[in-house]
Design a protein around this ligand. Sequence first.
Ligand code: GUN
Length: 294
Amino acid sequence: MLLIDGKKTSEEIKSEIAARVAEIKVEGGKIPHLAAILVGSDGASQTYVGAKVKSCEQVGFQSTLVRLEESVSEDELLKVVEEINKNPEIDGLIVQLPLPKHISVEKVTNKIKPEKDVDGFTPANVGRMTLGWPAYVAATPYGIVELLKRYNVETSGKHCVVIGRSHIVGSPMSILMARNEYPGNCTVTLTHSRTQNLAEITKTADILIVAIGKPEFVTADMVKEGATVIDVGIHRVEDSSKKSGFRLIGDVKFDEVAAKASAITPVPGGVGPMTIASLLYNTLLAAEGKVYAK
Ligand code: GUN
C-alpha cells in the first residue's frame, strides 16, 4: 500500500513556489500578495486564515489580513471587497467562509474580481474550469489533482467514484476527473446522500474520492481491492490518550481500507495540507498573470 503523503508533497510545492519568488525578486518583478478577509471570530476560520497567512510568509509572499466584526453589514463587506479588487498591489483575494447569516455568500462571492479569485469560487472561474479554459481551480480539488499527478496514479479509462456533490469539492472534482487530460479521462460517477446502493457503486471504483463529511463513513466492504482512495474529510473526535484530548479522523475508516487499497491519503497529512499549497500556487499564477493576462 502506497501512502499518499500530502504533507510532504505540500512542502515540496511550497519550496517550488519559494524558489520562484526568489527568482521574481532577482528579476525585479511583482512579489505575490494575498489578501484574506475574515469576518467574526469563528475558531476554525481563525485557525485556517492564520495558517494561510503564515504560509504566505514561508514562501516569501506579502499578505494582508482584514478582520471585520461579526456584526459588519453586507454593504460594508462588499465595499472592502471592492477596495481590494481595485488595489493594484493585491493579486489574490479570499473571503473566508462561512460568513454570518445576515450576509449573502452569493453576493460577496460574485463581488470578487475573477482575476483575483484565487479560491476559484466565482461563477467566472467555475465556468472556465468546466469549459477547460485557464482558471483558478478551488484549493481542495486542485490539491487532489496534484497529488494524483505527483504520485503517478493512472486515471485514463478508470472508474472514478466521487462521494459528495458540494460546490467546493465533489462537483468540481467530478468535472476535473472526466476532462480529456491527465489526471482525467476517467468514467466518473458522482454520488451523494440520496444515492441508492452506494456500496455497490463504490465497490467498482478504481479511484474513490470521499467528501461526504461523515466520520469513517467508508468501510473496507465498500472498497475494491487495489483502489486508490482519497479522503477529504476531517473530524475531531475525543481521545483521552492524546495531550490535546482529541484526534483527527477522516471520512474513511483508515486502517481497514488501507489494508485493501493500493494507495490512500491519511488524515491528517493527506488532502488537508495540499489546500494551502494550492491557494499559494493560484496566488503565484495571479501575480504572474498566468490565468488572466495582465
Ligand atoms: N472555508 C473552508 N474552506 C475554505 C476555502 O477553501 N476558502 C475559503 N475562502 N473559505 C473556506
